[in-house]
Ligand binder design. Structure first.
Ligand SMILES: CC(C)(COP(=O)(O)OP(=O)(O)OC[C@H]1O[C@@H](n2cnc3c(N)ncnc32)[C@H](O)[C@@H]1OP(=O)(O)O)[C@@H](O)C(=O)NCCC(=O)NCCS
Length: 261
């Protein structure tokens, strides 16, 4: 993890844990909305110091979890989501918010003072990323690490058109496949279904390099678009409404810094 430029937006809780948080604008033709974000990186076993951030309902659930991996991912998700809410709404007492799982496992923010905030969560290895957003303006996020076994599994799930698109961009194909996969997962989070559907419904139509980022339109869900960033083996995608222009410069900078050693 690299050097510090804006200490107000970063927190080194100890050298084993790094938290970036901030907010970004979601510019639309006739309105402006705001989203909060948190990118949290923690070495294994170092999240327990954040347990006090859990609401009693979350703590009860956490105590039922048997596997260390799930305990870790649960904490990564809940802590990053709360800090993303905190980045947007200084009035919130984060311990008093509970992020419940809805019937399809989507996160639901309960007891928030700023009642219309919702979150999108992703975790991978020791990395947790969350977005907080007003309910009127959906957002989704997904992060994955590219690896050989996953790439083969992903390739089997992509359409012929999507596979062809992976060859049109200046990325190694495993990265391009992972990128498309994260776009589809992030869209499935916006829809609150997860991947419990015919994955062709999530198909992307285009994949275009724009500067350091990649953008896609969806073939069926034309109301949305995806924006992706690759850093090393990691790929992160955000899905936003098609006519929204998000100011993601700081978010991507923090993402790159977090996953680069
Ligand atoms: C939802 C899904 C896209 C998540 O992607 P993933 O790469 O596995 O995991 P990520 O770390 O990126 O995201 C996990 C977070 O997504 C969120 N999430 C889960 N289901 C969701 C849904 N239906 N809608 C929106 N968000 C959802 C949760 O916040 C979850 O974190 P948490 O459980 O700690 O709260 C994927 O797991 C899925 O489609 N699951 C449905 C199918 C299923 O349940 N399979 C498992 C049994 S076969």
């Amino acid at each position: 993890m690299k050097g510090q430029k804006k200490p107000d937006e970063r927190q080194y809780l100890c050298f084993m844990m790094l938290i970036h948080r901030g907010k970004f604008t979601l510019q639309r033709e006739n309105s402006t909305h705001y989203a909060g974000f948190c990118i949290l990186h923690a070495a294994p076993g170092h999240l327990a110091q954040q347990l006090s951030l859990l609401h009693p309902e979350e703590r009860s659930y956490y105590d039922t979890l048997q596997f260390d991996k799930r305990r870790e991912s649960y904490l990564l998700g809940r802590i990053s989501a709360k800090k993303a809410i905190g980045a947007l709404s200084a009035f919130e007492d984060l311990q008093k918010i509970a992020i419940e799982a809805g019937i399809f496992q989507f996160p639901v923010v309960k007891y928030s003072v700023t009642r219309n905030l919702q979150v999108s969560i992703t975790h991978c290895d020791g990395l947790g990323i969350a977005l907080s957003h007003p309910e009127v303006h959906p957002l989704g996020v997904d992060v994955e690490r590219t690896d050989k076994a996953n790439t083969e599994a992903i390739k089997e799930q992509l359409t012929a058109n999507e596979l062809a698109l992976t060859l049109t961009v200046p990325l190694p194909q495993p990265i391009a496949c992972t990128m498309i996969w994260t776009m589809k997962e992030a869209l499935s989070k916006v829809l609150r279904t997860g991947l419990t559907m015919d994955l062709k419904l999530l198909e992307i139509q285009s994949l275009v390099k724009e500067g350091e980022l990649y953008t896609s339109q969806f073939k069926h869900l034309i109301q949305y678009k995806a924006i992706s960033c690759q850093a090393g083996a990691y790929v992160c995608s955000l899905v936003v409404p098609g006519k929204t222009t998000p100011d993601l410069e700081q978010f991507w900078q923090f993402f790159r810094e977090t996953v680069s050693d």
